[in-house]
Write a new protein. Structure first.
Length: 414
């Protein structure tokens, strides 16, 4: 008997599985984690090597919880030239000097600069990324061969740290395998040489990744040991390509009493007419449909005025869980005034599930892959433009949404 072909039901079930909630990650919280009560500064040290999603977590801490990031590489490249009396003039010069390891770089000096940043900032929440990723820094003997415990103790006399957060990649071997040798079944004479070259490249890439992982552990170990010794380590186990690392860290911060400084941004989908939204289940995606012609009646209004009116309307009527589908039926392509550049722009083909997380607890009436242009604004909204939406108009709308808008007396942005 042959295998039955997969039908629409099988496809829908596979998509349900794809977008189902992922299994929870293992989290270990030390008993000595400090509460932020009574602390002038709320300081977290973060550790995570290749594949840990550390960058995404830091972005979440910054944009959602109002943390300020202090990065060791920023400190070195911004302040080390002044320390060596301008004997270096560029980033390349700094890296060359560190490779020679003249003894200029020390953990003591780095902590003194971190302290200076904390002492001159009006902010309260800080995430410190103390472990360098550049090999020219991480391999400097003066950085590695240091009494880290003494440095941390001296630092904490003035600036107590709440805890260290480690994003622990569970299976680094699997990650190496994925980035290393992948067998190729093509054994034709022409491809033997090509495949051999590919294997050489794969082996070289694997070797580089192995060195990065080893160097990260070497540099991070003394810091992690310090926080583990004082039972102030929060460890999140990160399986390969886990989709819920960021949300897990957010949940931990909520448990520790942190509040959102900024709610997660809504998703706004733009189309040129009603037909563009035919295959979207509005209730499932918690979307409200809006027509530009209903928001602003003046058909001759400038594009600035139209987008501003739309922006204010969404801010006024939209709840925290609301997303919007906007029919730009009376849009005028006029010159615009703007202050900022696009934060992120990408052309993609995707399901809305990949952008909208606050969906209804049921299967959608339909779920289709859409061709989209995406823009993430500095206001933390994600703007999606459906297929056939003019690219130049999408860019203009993105620029206008990016502009900072002062608050009016009623609390809305003007």
């Amino acid at each position: 008997m042959g295998c039955a072909p997969s039908g629409p039901r099988d496809h829908a079930q596979s998509l349900d599985e794809r977008f189902a909630a992922p299994p929870p990650l293992a989290v270990n919280i030390g008993s000595g984690v400090r509460s932020g009560d009574g602390l002038q500064h709320h300081i977290i040290f973060i550790f995570g090597g290749p594949g840990s999603q550390k960058g995404l977590v830091i972005e979440e801490l910054i944009h959602r919880f109002g943390f300020v990031s202090i990065n060791v590489e920023d400190i070195i490249f911004n302040y080390l030239p002044g320390k060596v009396a301008n004997t270096v003039e560029s980033t390349a010069d700094i890296q060359k000097m560190l490779k020679r390891d003249t003894g200029t770089l020390s953990v003591d000096w780095i902590f003194s600069m971190v302290s200076a940043k904390l002492g001159t900032s009006a902010h309260q929440r800080f995430v410190v990324d103390i472990v360098p990723t550049l090999s020219s820094i991480s391999r400097a003997d003066s950085f590695v061969d240091t009494n880290h415990e003494r440095c941390l103790e001296n630092f904490e006399r003035r600036y107590p740290v709440m805890f260290g957060l480690e994003l622990d990649v569970c299976d680094e071997v699997a990650m190496l395998d994925r980035n290393g040798n992948v067998p190729n079944k093509d054994t034709t004479a022409k491809n033997v040489v090509q495949n051999g070259l590919s294997r050489d490249i794969d082996t070289a890439d694997r070797g580089k990744l192995e060195k990065r992982i080893h160097q990260h552990h070497l540099c991070a170990r003394p810091f992690i040991q310090y926080f583990s010794k004082t039972k102030r380590m929060v460890r999140v186990s990160v399986p390969e390509q886990a989709p819920n690392v960021v949300s897990t860290v957010s949940s931990i911060l909520f448990e520790f009493g942190f509040t959102e400084q900024r709610a997660p941004g809504r998703v706004i989908v733009f189309g040129t007419d009603d037909d563009a939204f035919e295959e979207i289940d509005f209730d499932y995606y918690r979307m409200r449909k809006v027509r530009l012609s209903d928001v602003i009646k003046d058909r001759k209004a400038s594009m600035d005025a139209q987008v501003l009116a739309l922006y204010r309307y969404i801010a006024k009527v939209g709840g925290s869980d609301d997303n919007f589908g906007v029919v730009m039926d009376t849009m005028n392509n006029t010159e615009i005034n703007h202050k900022r550049t696009i934060h992120f722009y990408e052309e993609t083909s995707a399901y809305l599930d990949e952008f909208i997380k606050n969906r209804a607890n049921r299967r959608p009436v339909m779920r289709v892959r859409l061709s989209l242009n995406t823009i993430t604004s500095t206001n933390h909204d994600t703007l999606l433009f459906l297929e056939h939406f003019p690219r130049n108009l999408a860019l203009k709308i993105g620029l206008l949404f990016n502009d900072e808008r002062p608050l009016t007396a009623d609390g809305l942005e003007s």
